[in-house]
Structure formats: C-alpha cells, structure tokens
Design a protein around this ligand. Structure first.
Ligand code: AMP
Ligand code: GLY
Length: 417
C-alpha cells in the first residue's frame, strides 16, 4: 500500500513509525514531514493546508490511503476533497470536524445531548458580552469560537481581564475571524484528563487515558504551549468510571453527530475535567493530540492500519483493540523562548544515545548538510515505557539527558504534577 501522512510534527512521526510496522505498507509519504519522519517516509514539500496540491499529489501517485493528522486541513475539508477525488482518507469530514473548529457548535451539541460540560453563553456582539461579564462569577473563561493555535482561551481572574479578552476577540484585533464569535464559560476545577477514541460514525472505542502538560514551565506556570509532555495512563479509572464516560459523554457525542447527518469517522480527542460532580468536557478535538499520540501509540498492540481499515469499513464494533499493560511518559524538548519567539538551526546531538532509553519522535527538526538541526518550537520528544509510571518517567528523563542542542528547554516535572 502507498500511504501519505499529512503533517510534520511528533504526532505524525509516531503515526509513521506505527504504520511502518505493517508489512503491507510498501511506501510512506509525509507532507511536509520532518528530519525524523524522513527516516521512515519520503517527505514531500507540500504544506498541510495546501489542499489543491495534496489532492493532486494523492491522485497522481494513486495513493491507497491518506492519514490527515492536524486540525487545519481537517477544518478546511481535506478529507471531503480527497474522497471526491476517489482517494480513501482517514479523518473526519469538514462538517464533523466542527466539533473542534467551532467551540459554539461543540457547546450546542453538548447541550442538546445533556453531555456534562461547563455552563456557557455565546456572543457575537460586544455590548451584551460586556454586560454578561459584569455579572459573571470569577474566574471566567473567555474562548474564541474558531481555531486559534491553542491560544484562544483566556482564564480571566478579574473582570478587567475578562473585559480585555472580550474586546480583543470581538474587536477582531487579536484572533481574526476565529474571535468574531466568543463563548463565555464557567470555570471548572479538577485534574484534567485526555481520552482519545477511535470512531467509525456509530461505534466509539476509547484508547488508554493520557494527560498532557500544556504550560511552558514547571508547576504549571507560564504560557500555554502545544504540550510539553504527556503520560499514559493519565488517571486511575475504574471500569465503572469508563462505563459512565462511555454512556454520558463518548457515545452521545458520536450519536449527536450521526443524527445531524455528519457522522464522525477518525479520532475524537475528549479533553475532560474530572470535577467533583464527575467528568465534564472542556473541549473536543477532531484528531490525535500532540504529544498524547507519542505517549499512547507505543502502547497500542493492535496494528494501526487494521484499525483504520475497520473504521473505513464501519466495522470497528467487531475489532478487539489490545493495549500494553505498561505505562508511558513522553518528555518534549523545545527551543528556548517557545511558545514566543525562538531561534532555529541549532545542531541536535545525542539522538542515538537517547534511543537506548526510549523512542525519539522528532517535531521541529530539519536536515542541514546532513545534520539534524532545530527548525521549530517543539523540537523532539523522548517516550519511554515501563511497568510503572515512575519508572517510565525516570527512563524518559534519562533518555532526554542525552539530547543536546543550544537553548534546549524542557519541563522537569512531566507526570509528577
Ligand atoms: P482548550 O483550548 O479549550 O483546550 O483550553 C485550553 C486549556 O484551558 C484547557 O486545557 C484547560 O486547562 C483550560 N480551560 C478551558 N476551559 C476551561 C474551563 N471551563 N474551566 C477551567 N479551565 C478551562
Ligand atoms: N496536546 C493538545 C492538543 O493536541 O490539542
């Protein structure tokens, strides 16, 4: 089979690594890929958002499958375009991907199905939104409706901060079109948990739980990032907890999308808050998380291609998906300064040594005269697996100790806070 993976981060690297384990995969392409993915796949210099070129490349190469991993091409409708061109694609349609690309759509869907989530109101006009801020409880969560690179959520501790956020978004100055509609939301307390789930339109099968560390610095300080590390499992959950989440959150979400005539096929990311009243949905994403994928996919024992094929055939209900009993920890190395400005082009050393401890998945890397150099905010991650989470964390950090590049920034408390 000939397969294209759209994207070029650590998530796409682990997907390539996992797909390559199937002997039926003769040829992998990645667009645009990175220096690590280039060891497994042929990287083609097409941006993940260049739909025209991605479709023509897929048709020209007569690809058997395209795996669309990032949010932007899903929201732009790449899966629909590929299917129209007769190419099989893994990922949701543009209409189903709205659970991620429009927060107000997601909230409406949850309200209709009584799916537990934070109370909220949607606004597109400044005056009523400011009036709501005057009487809301604090802290207040202000969210831009559309995709905003993970920066469209402001947790306002004071009314002034909330007013500022509302002005920034509805005034159109900071978030562009993504902020023309906003959601004001109740602040939820509790540990966060990610549950990714395979979906074929009617059946939803959760993967192992995981937990992301979004803030840039130790002890959850500093700005939000794409994610500085992740562990799996993310919490100790009983069989009863899983059954409750399946019945009150996972299945109703899938049913709501199918009933609207936009069934969801692909991976749903359930961002949950484990509150005192039980798990509530903070957000949906329409794809694998990054770095959650790098923590979880190494624990998947069933072949990933087999799962994708059962999803495309709408036979997920008949597939028994097996997971390792081990725990995993993924630690990200970022460029100093990320998520704000940072320098690129620094040589990276120690990848081979790190691989004695775990798996290295590359993200913002490029090849420069045969050397692997930094080329992005999140540069690479080391994932280690072990019988206990503590061992997995220790081993991942021993692997990360081998990785050297100028201004390397890591969090030292992944899995420990
Ligand atoms: P999101 O982009 O929706 O994932 O939000 C980013 C982060 O903001 C989440 O991972 C949470 O830590 C936080 N957050 C979002 N919504 C809420 C909420 N209603 N209550 C508390 N924290 C929230
Ligand atoms: N790690 C969070 C995300 O992928 O959205």
């Amino acid at each position: 089979m000939k397969i294209l993976i759209v994207g070029g981060g650590g998530r796409e690297h682990v997907i390539a690594w996992k797909l390559k384990q199937n002997a039926r995969v003769e040829k992998l392409y990645a667009a645009p890929g990175n220096a690590g993915i280039a060891l497994l796949a042929e990287c083609v210099p097409i941006k993940a958002t260049d739909l025209d070129q991605l479709v023509s490349f897929s048709v020209e190469k007569k690809l058997d499958l395209v795996f669309v991993a990032p949010d932007d091409p899903l929201a732009l409708g790449l899966v629909d375009r590929l299917e129209e061109a007769g190419i099989k694609a893994f990922g949701p349609s543009q209409a189903a991907a709205r659970i991620e690309s429009s927060k107000s759509f997601a909230k409406q869907l949850m309200r209709e199905k009584n799916i537990p989530t934070a109370d909220y109101t949607v606004f597109s006009e400044l005056e009523p939104a400011l009036a709501a801020v005057d009487v809301a409880s604090l802290p207040l969560v202000v969210k831009a409706d559309g995709l905003a690179l993970g920066k469209g959520v402001i947790i306002a501790q004071t009314r002034d901060e909330a007013r500022q956020a509302v002005h920034d978004m509805l005034g159109g100055s900071r978030f562009g079109d993504a902020g023309r509609t906003i959601v004001l939301e109740e602040f939820l307390r509790g540990p966060e948990l990610t549950v990714l789930a395979f979906c074929d339109g009617k059946t939803v099968k959760p993967m192992l739980s995981s937990r992301d560390h979004k803030r840039a610095f130790d002890h959850d300080r500093g700005p939000n990032t794409g994610g500085m590390g992740a562990v799996s499992p993310g919490a100790k959950l009983s069989e009863k907890d899983w059954q409750q989440m399946q019945a009150s959150i996972f299945q109703p979400t899938l049913d709501a999308l199918r009933e609207r005539g936009t069934p969801f096929s692909g991976v749903i990311y359930f961002g949950l808050m484990l509150t005192e009243q039980g798990p509530k949905v903070i957000e949906y994403n329409a794809r694998f998380g990054d770095p959650e994928a790098q923590a979880i996919l190494p624990l998947l024992e069933t072949d990933l291609l087999e799962i994708i094929e059962s999803i495309l055939d709408q036979k997920l209900d008949t597939l028994d998906i097996k997971w390792s009993q081990q725990a995993s920890c993924c630690v990200v190395a970022a460029s100093g300064g990320y998520p704000s400005s940072y320098k690129k082009g620094y040589p990276i050393e120690g990848i081979d040594e790190a691989e004695r401890f775990g798996l290295v998945f590359q993200a913002g890397t490029a090849l420069d005269q045969g050397r692997v150099v930094t080329s992005g905010g999140r540069v690479l991650c080391v994932t280690a697996m072990a019988d206990t989470l503590d061992q997995a964390i220790d081993t991942a950090y021993r692997g990360m100790d081998c990785i050297r590049f100028k201004d390397r920034h890591i969090r030292k408390d992944i899995g420990r806070t």
